[in-house]
Design a protein around this ligand. Structure first.
Ligand code: UDP
Ligand code: MG
Length: 358
């Protein structure tokens, strides 16, 4: 029943239009799993995720040809051979994409989502290490059927993370929000995205990817499911401190030009200080407590320092604008149009109009 209601509310894909109106219509799910040197955990992940697929197919929530898409991110171990073996053993349920080299988690995930989007109605991205609870996948699918296009997996607590990882991660989320970047607190890359959300996401052509910041820009109706993050099932973290810091810096620098505005503000502040210093220096000068040349020197240092920061900040404002322009991000995402006559392709619904926020 749920799948039927979904059929009426989603529009826009040829796949969906093809299947529309069919009694046996079911949403086809693709679970996208980026893998880098995950030989220890791959078979476990495949087994667990196939179990979830079987369960959901049995309950009539997804199509029988739903599948797992493993993306091999240039692994140097046997990960790809294992993916091939899994595919040979389960040709329908397991698919694989082999990237030519290691491009990093965010690119690998994007490659997987872009590959999957033309083959399915809905995607779920999850790490290979089973730290994210596969049991909430069903809840995600339910929320999708209830009308959400994006469902975020949110960690309820971080007991299993080390103290260091927990505090740095929380500081990072706070810093992001201070910088004006919209992210979902405690959500990593475990999320459901409908086909049309991935389609919209694929229009973001930027190279500095930070998916957690980009997905909220898409819009549509969103929801969250909560779970406790577990220990890695096997193997070691593929995100050493260096990669984590790079991701954090990328997150801020790809989404915010606030640091440039801060420089501008600092320049203005220092110029203000230089006026205070002017008063102080003049008083010192007239009370005769200074050596010759000190007044002019100290005033020049403060004033010129402030002026330089201000100038850098001003130039930075333009660079920030250029930076935003070159990203060529979609400026809006039209979800629905109601009009008389011929409707544009995107809003030509398969039945009644779509739900969800406009
Ligand atoms: N990963 C990847 N490419 C990389 C690094 C990591 O595809 O260059 C994958 C990895 O296989 C895993 C996911 O990204 O599925 C998250 O990595 P990991 O679990 O090691 O990160 P952590 O949970 O420790 O932050
Ligand atoms: Mg992990």
């Amino acid at each position: 029943m749920m799948t039927m209601s979904r059929q009426c509310t989603i529009t826009g894909t040829s796949r969906r239009r093809e299947r529309a109106g069919r009694e046996d219509f079911m949403d086809k799910l693709a679970i996208v799993v980026p893998c880098y040197n995950e030989e220890e955990v791959l078979c476990l992940a495949s087994q667990a995720l196939r179990g979830v697929l079987d369960d959901l197919v049995g309950k009539g929530k997804i199509a029988a040809d739903s599948f797992i898409l493993f993306v091999n991110d240039g692994s140097r171990d046997r990960t790809w051979e294992l993916i091939e073996a899994e595919h040979a053993a389960h040709p329908v349920q397991v698919a694989g994409v082999k990237l030519a080299g290691n491009v990093g988690h965010q690119f690998a995930l994007t490659a997987g989502l872009n590959t999957a989007k033309d083959m399915c109605d809905v995607t779920i991205s999850i790490d290979a290490d089973l730290q994210d609870d596969v049991a909430v996948i069903e809840e995600m699918v339910d929320k999708f059927h209830e009308g959400s296009d994006i469902v975020y997996g949110v960690r309820r607590e971080r007991k299993t993370d080390t103290f260091f990882k927990r505090t740095t991660a929380q500081a990072f989320y706070r810093l992001m929000s201070l910088m004006g970047v919209k992210t979902v607190y405690n959500h990593a890359d475990f999320r459901l995205m409908s086909q049309r959300a991935v389609e919209e996401f694929s229009k973001y052509k930027e190279t500095n990817l930070f998916l957690r910041g980009m997905v909220p820009l898409i819009g549509y109706q969103t929801d969250c499911v909560y779970y406790d993050r577990k220990e890695r099932a096997a193997g070691e973290s593929k995100y050493p401190l260096k990669k984590m810091l790079a991701l954090a810096f990328n997150g801020i620098s790809s989404f915010s030009i606030k640091p440039i505005s801060l420089i501008l503000g600092l320049g203005l502040f220092i110029i203000f200080v230089s006026f205070v210093a002017l008063v102080y220096a003049l008083i010192s000068y007239f009370t005769g407590r200074v050596v010759a040349g000190w007044t002019s020197l100290i005033l020049s240092i403060w004033f010129l320092g402030g002026l330089q920061l201000l100038a850098i900040g001003m130039v930075g404002q333009y660079i920030g604008k250029i930076y935003i322009e070159v990203k060529h991000r979609p400026r809006y995402n039209i979800e629905k149009v109601i009009a008389g006559g011929v409707l544009p392709e995107k809003s030509a619904g398969v039945g009644k109009a779509q739900d969800g926020k406009a």
